[in-house]
Design a protein around this ligand. Structure first.
Ligand code: GTP
Ligand code: MG
Length: 300
């Protein structure tokens, strides 16, 4: 039991947030208006978003009016419970369909391919038969990168010539998956800026082609979001969601990030669940998103 929780908390321990210590220092000499202004800045810098930062500070201000001798520990535990409430209940990514098809999307360099490899490794360790599709046909190097991962993780890969249509690769992969009795299909895609409409339409096409082969697929469309890009992550999520409904987010590069507050902003503003977090470059550096461990790490 303890081992399980330790394992869950461990990835979040790599976050470099010291928000909790800063809040304690700030209120160690009482709660005055200057401290509240500074608190709002701290929340903002942690990427909670301007509206959330202001709202949270207002609530603490009201609390301190009611209770004159409010301690910094009390403030901290109040912040913790508020953040947990904003994050809502945990979500699990289910995979009851066979094959269960997962489409990975996101901007350039957000961590799609690495996260896809991590997921392949995760499902394989559960004994599932996994197939990955090299849907990033844009660069030859992208196929090589995925092939290296496929060999390392020990899963099959479907690929095509560079510059070929990514939806054709997806179609081939789904067909192969049905023929081979595959449990999980993971489709990689090329990175694309959310502002490039033609490239975003290409994703919608991949989705349509998947549906032609397996009507309720893709069962999951996961958006890889780099935790270090700040509030732009919200724009990315909103636009990708318009072109291809996002069922969950993988928040990558949370290791070393001092700005983990973006998870709160995403989940409270967009209502898209964060399912996984990436905390490193290795196959094992993936963990289910766990609000308790996350908030504890954020308020370290
Ligand atoms: N520290 C850290 N690095 C990561 C993480 N996830 C991915 N990376 C690194 O980020 C870089 C980009 O990762 P990729 O998986 O290639 O990103 P991508 O979205 O597939 O990139 P494109 O296909 O070029 O759009 C690589 O150097 C990865 O090793 C993470 O959770 N933590
Ligand atoms: Mg990639």
């Amino acid at each position: 039991m303890f081992g399980f929780f330790k394992k869950l908390a461990a990835p979040f321990a790599k976050m470099k947030s010291f928000l909790g210590q800063k809040i304690k220092d700030l209120f160690s000499r009482g709660a005055d208006e200057r401290a509240f202004d500074e608190l709002e800045r701290l929340f903002y810098e942690a990427d909670l978003g301007a509206a959330t930062a202001a709202e949270l500070v207002d609530k603490i201000r009201q609390l301190s009016r009611k209770k004159k001798d409010l301690t910094s520990d009390e403030i901290l535990s109040f912040v913790k419970s508020e953040l947990l409430a904003m994050l809502g209940s945990p979500h699990v990514s289910s995979s009851s369909k066979k094959p269960h098809v997962i489409l990975m999307v996101g901007v350039n360099g957000s961590g799609k391919t690495t996260s896809l490899a991590k997921l392949a490794s995760h499902y394989r360790s559960e004994g599932k038969k996994v197939l990955i599709a090299a849907g990033d046909t844009f660069r030859a190097a992208a196929v090589e990168q995925l092939e290296t991962w496929a060999n390392r993780v020990g899963v099959d890969i479907i690929k095509a010539q560079p510059k070929s249509d990514p939806s054709a690769v997806a179609f081939d992969a789904l067909q192969a998956a049905q023929a081979r009795g595959v449990d999980i299909v993971l489709i990689d895609t090329a990175g694309r800026l959310q502002t490039k409409t033609d490239l975003m339409n290409e994703l919608a096409k991949v989705r349509r082609v998947c549906q032609k082969q397996i009507p309720d697929s893709p069962h999951e469309t996961l958006l890889a979001l780099d935790a270090t890009v700040g509030q732009n992550a919200l724009d990315q999520a909103k636009t990708f969601h318009q072109f291809t409904p996002i069922t969950g987010i993988i928040l990558t590069k949370l290791d070393g990030s001092a700005k983990g507050g973006i998870a709160v902003a995403i989940q409270s503003q967009l209502k898209i669940p964060i399912l996984w977090v990436g905390t490193g470059e290795g196959a094992e550096d993936l963990a289910p998103f766990d609000s308790e461990s996350y908030v504890s790490a954020l308020l370290k």
